[in-house]
Structures are given as C-alpha cells and as structure tokens.
Design a protein around this ligand. Structure first.
Ligand SMILES: [Zn+2]
Length: 626
C-alpha cells in the first residue's frame, strides 16, 4: 500500500534535513543553513547548500535540489516510496511498503516480461542455430564477435511466419500478445513482425527490454525497410529511445559526457574503441525529451555525424533543440559513419577522432552555414547575422573574440568592429542588463557586469544607449544566487515567486491580480502552476506541489526557493516588484526595436530606422510617465 499523504508529511516534519543529509555529506554551518561538497558532482569548494528552515537542499554548482525525499532518491537511486521509508527509518517511524503492490501497480509488467522473453529467444537463435551461424559470420565480417554480440544482446529472428508466436502464445494472455508489438494479426492468424532479421534489443534506462529493431542482413534480401522498429506500445515510443543508455549511464555520469550517434552499429563501434558512453537515437529527430534525459546525467553532448549533407543538416537541426547543456561536434571524414571509419582505419583511429577532433557549435556552423557565393554583400550580411546569434551564445568571451576574428577573415566587406557590434546587439537583445552571480569558495557571490563595456559601441545603439536600466534599485541580495546567469527581469520574477511561496498572503493577493504578467516563459509556467495549485488545493504543499511539476520546472521551483532574500519584507515590496516588472517588459521591447534599428541601418533603410527610433522614443517616454 502506498504511504498516506499525512504520514509522509509527519515523517518529513520529524526529521531535520541537515541531520539527515549530514549522514552522507560533511556539512558546515553557513548563513541560514549548511554547506558542503556536492555529492552529485565533482567539486573542490562547497556549493551544496542545505536549508533546514525551508526543508530543502540545493547545489549551486550542478543545479540539483529538492526535498529530503528527492535527496534520498537521487543519492540512493531509489523510488519515492522507498525514499520515504529511508527517512522514516531514520526518524524511527515504522512504515510498510508492500513489494507485491508496487509490482501490481505497474500495469505494464507483463509487457516488459514478454519483450524480455522475446529477446532471450532472439539471442539464443543467433547463438545456437544453423541460420544463426550464418548471421554470426555476417557479424564477424562487420567486426562484431560473439562476445560483443552477447554484450549488446544482439539476436536473430527465425525465418518463419510464427516461430516466436508459438514460443510465447502459451505463456501470455491474448491482450498482452496483442499489445506487445511483436505480432501482426490477420484473419485470426498471428504472424511474427520479425522474420529473418538481425535483432537489436532496445532497453529503457533501467535495462528493461522495451522493444526491438530488426535489420535485414542477407544480400539477396529485397524486402522493404532496412530496419523495422517496434511500433508504439504502452512501453515503447521510438522517438523517446536512447539506444544503449542503460549500459552507458554510469560512464556518462562519471565523465559528464555523452556521445550521440546515428546508428546502433556506431555505438557498438565506439564501444570497441573503448568508448562506453555512446548512445544513439532511433532514426528520428533529436527531441527535447532526449536532451532532458541526457542533461540529467551529463554536462556535455558530443554529436557524432558522418560528414554528408543530410548528416550535417541533421546536426544543425539538433543544435537548435539542444539548450542548457554544452555541445561539441565530431564530423567523420569522407562521409563515413563511425562504424565504417573504424573498419577502415581501426578502433584506435576512431577513438582518436572522437576525443581529439571535436568542433564547437560555432566552428561547425561557421563551416556549415557559410554561403557559397561570398561576393554578394546581402549573403554576407545574412551569414553575419546568423553567426552573430551563434557567437553571442558562446559563453567564453575569449572564444567569442576568436570566432569574430575568423568571421572577419571570411567576410570581405565587413570589418572587425561591425562583426563585434552585431554580436553585441544580439547579446543585448537577449539579456537586457544581465548580471551574473558566480559563487566563490566562501559562498559569497559578487556581481560581474559582463556586458557593460567590453564591446566598443558604434553608431545606432549608441544613440539609444544607457540610462534605460538605471533606476529600479530593489534589494541587491548578495548571497547564494545560482551560478546560472539571470537577467534583471528574471530576478524580479524570482523574487516575486519566492515571496509567493513563503508568504500565503502574497500568494492570495497576486492570484487575484490579473494584471501581473511574466516576461520569461519558464517563470510564467511556474507561476501558472502555482496559481492553479492554490485555486484547486487551497495551498501549495511543499512536497506534493514540486512532485507534480516536470523536472525543468521543479528545478526552477527549488532555485527560486533557495534564494536567500531578507526575511523582513518591506511594506511596499510587492508594489515595487510589480512596477519594476512592468518597466522591464517595456525595456525588453526597446531592446528588440534597437536590434531592428541596427538591421535597418545596415540595410540603409532610413525610413524604417526613423520609425523605429520614434517607437523607442515613445516607449521610453511612457516609462518616465509611469
Ligand atoms: Zn552539485
């Protein structure tokens, strides 16, 4: 039986989170709470904070944070119920979790089981039978020996219409057979989906078999579909799959890197080169879901592609999906895939290539987006604007300079200061008056005014520069803000949400004020979720509410909660925040217009430039009137 809600609250309330985490992490008193070395990432100076008054932990290095139960789940790699039990044991409270119930609670248990048994049959068919012998020869020619075949659970499906069905139909109920994705049914006859195909077994993150991909392997096989994948079933969704993740997981966590490849054989080739942290997607586009899964384990994705046109286009697409995680690209020479390259040049050569020949996103795109005809100024300008976006996204300012220099070399009609200006404008438009709050070893943060004047200004933006941002001077909080860069407007939104979470009267007041508008998508979603929770539950429970959010928002929730704001709230703090937020909304509009103005200026469109200048003037006037 699941542990009742009241009991969970009681368990949580009877344990001091710092005492509990102190069992696993050496903690030292610091400010409102405790600090120590983060158990979830490698660090030399402590950025892992535990705040008993809020009942949370938060690492400002890797971003992990949550309740006491989240800590146990992450630290011990266990589920929620088991985590509650751990904490209860620590508190000396007796709770029972019924194993059988948790099995019954998984309605898909039979589907996992039938896939598991199918995988067993395919593997043995490859290893023992006569036909399997031929397939093993084929694999050997492709550089896959028996040992590796076993390690990767490769198999072979029989060249027969219902070999698998005969093996499994007596053991499983009809609805399980029907839902498994392993059989086609027509005229009350069942047929195996996989006949005479080389079988790649697909596992989920936890190593459970969820489906298959079957490949034709005989030269004279002229059936359509080189690969056949399991159709969508309750446990298998092709576009969610990261092949080999369950094997690669530990190495990914250790190295903080993951190689993302195009095919199963590429992953196996990498493994033979000693690279154990490679995964592959299943012939679909890279999705945000893939990235989220990987970002939980790694801090860097290395995209590996054969260098052909389609492959490079796929990389460009993937780059658009990837955010909040570092990325590098390896382009295999001669349009080969990693498997082909390893067969031609050897495992060592592939390893060398994967480790030592990586490109940054900017380098890749500078090469990929470069127009063929660079004599045309319009082509140059388009290219410049695309690259300015890319370079602006580069975090390291030295690297930015390097890329800008390279860009100048490529563009015959542009000079360094023009390139620099274009980059600067993108940065401005994206992060108005952005500040960063790196935490130093003592846990104190300090401002660094990154975008202040490291770039030399030129005409257009100069005319509309400065003074826009100066006035709102809310409390500057000096402690423990996360290392992630947040803009001024985000900071205001965070402050507001923080107050709403800890002051029920704030929450009530704000939830009735329809004029409150958030600028940033993420904070806006969290705000909506909070208002909804308040309306439906009458309160925001500090355990159940974050549990109900998806990982991205949960993280934000804990980031916001972990801010150290002064406990005393000034009388008009709420009004100040709200009016500052309105101001920031207008300012972000002004920034957008400035960028357009620069573009108009570059294009020599004086009329448009004037229009924009006028709009900016009006907006700034409305600020003064407020
Ligand atoms: Zn950490």
């Amino acid at each position: 039986m699941a542990i009742p809600k009241e009991e969970i609250t009681e368990i949580r309330n009877s344990v001091n989170i710092a005492d509990f985490i102190g069992q696993f992490v050496a903690l030292k008193k610091s400010g409102q709470g405790f600090q120590g070395l983060c158990p979830f990432h490698n660090e030399k100076s402590p950025s892992f904070n535990v705040t008993p008054s809020k009942g949370i932990f938060k690492c400002f290095g890797c971003g992990k944070g949550g309740s006491i139960f989240d800590f146990v789940m992450e630290y011990k790699k266990i589920g929620f119920q088991a985590a509650v039990k751990e904490v209860a044991d620590f508190a000396g409270i007796h709770v029972q979790i019924d194993q059988a119930d948790s099995f019954k609670a998984n309605p898909n248990a039979n589907l996992y089981e039938i896939n598991n048994q199918a995988s067993y049959i395919f593997e043995n068919y490859l290893l023992i039978t006569e036909q399997g012998n031929n397939a093993r020869d084929y694999l050997k020619k492709r550089g896959v020996n028996e040992k590796i075949a076993k390690q990767f659970n490769l198999g072979l499906s029989a060249d027969s219409p219902n070999f698998l069905y005969q093996g499994l139909s007596k053991k499983f109920e009809e609805d399980v057979l029907a839902k498994s994705g392993l059989f086609n049914f027509s005229n009350k006859q069942a047929y195996d989906v996989y006949q005479n195909r080389l079988m790649f077994t697909i596992h989920d993150q936890n190593g459970q078999v969820i489906g298959f991909s079957g490949r034709i392997w005989q030269e004279n096989d002229e059936r359509q579909g080189k690969y056949v994948n399991t159709t969508t079933t309750p446990i298998f969704e092709k576009s969610d799959v990261l092949y080999n993740l369950h094997r690669a997981k530990d190495t990914i966590k250790k190295t903080k890197e993951v190689y993302l490849m195009e095919g199963f054989m590429d992953v196996i080739a990498a493994y033979k080169s000693g690279i154990n942290n490679a995964v592959a997607i299943m012939g679909t586009a890279l999705t945000e879901k893939h990235i989220k899964t990987l970002a939980r384990l790694a801090s860097k994705i290395v995209l590996v592609t054969d260098g052909d046109k389609a492959g490079q286009a796929a990389i460009e697409k993937s780059l658009k999906v990837i955010s909040n995680i570092d990325v590098q690209i390896v382009k295999i020479p001669d349009a080969q895939d990693p498997d082909e390259y390893a067969r031609d040049h050897g495992a060592l050569a592939l390893e060398n290539l994967l480790i030592n020949f990586r490109m940054s996103k900017s380098e890749f795109l500078m090469d990929y987006l470069r127009p063929t005809n660079l004599n045309n100024v319009v082509n140059q300008l388009e290219f410049l604007q695309k690259m300015a976006e890319v370079i602006a996204g580069e975090k390291n300012t030295e690297l930015q300079t390097v890329y800008m220099r390279r860009l100048v070399e490529i563009l015959p009609d542009f000079e360094y200061n023009q390139v620099e200006q274009a980059v600067k404008n993108v940065i401005k438009s994206k992060r108005p008056n952005q500040k960063s709050f790196p935490i130093n070893s003592s846990g104190q943060s300090h401002y660094s005014n990154q975008d202040s004047n490291s770039f030399s200004s030129s005409s257009f933006s100069n005319r509309y520069e400065e003074s826009d941002f100066a006035s709102y001077d809310a409390q500057e909080f000096s402690q423990s803000l996360p290392t992630r860069k947040i803009t001024k407007s985000e900071k205001l939104e965070w402050q507001l949400l923080h107050r709403m979470l800890l002051q029920p009267d704030f929450l009530e007041k704000i939830s009735q004020d329809v004029s409150v508008k958030f600028i940033h998508r993420e904070t806006a979603s969290l705000y909506d979720a909070m208002i909804l929770e308040q309306l439906t539950q009458g309160m925001i429970d500090d355990i159940y509410f974050p549990e109900s959010l998806d990982p991205e928002l949960r993280n934000l929730y804990y980031d916001i909660l972990a801010q150290n704001l002064p406990e005393v709230i000034s009388e008009n703090e709420l009004d100040e925040i709200l009016s500052a937020l309105r101001r920031e909304t207008i300012l972000s509009k002004v920034e957008k217009l400035k960028l357009e103005g620069l573009k108009a200026q570059n294009e020599g469109n004086q009329k448009r430039e004037l229009e924009l200048a006028n709009e900016i003037f009006q907006l700034r006037k409305s600020l003064q009137d407020n």
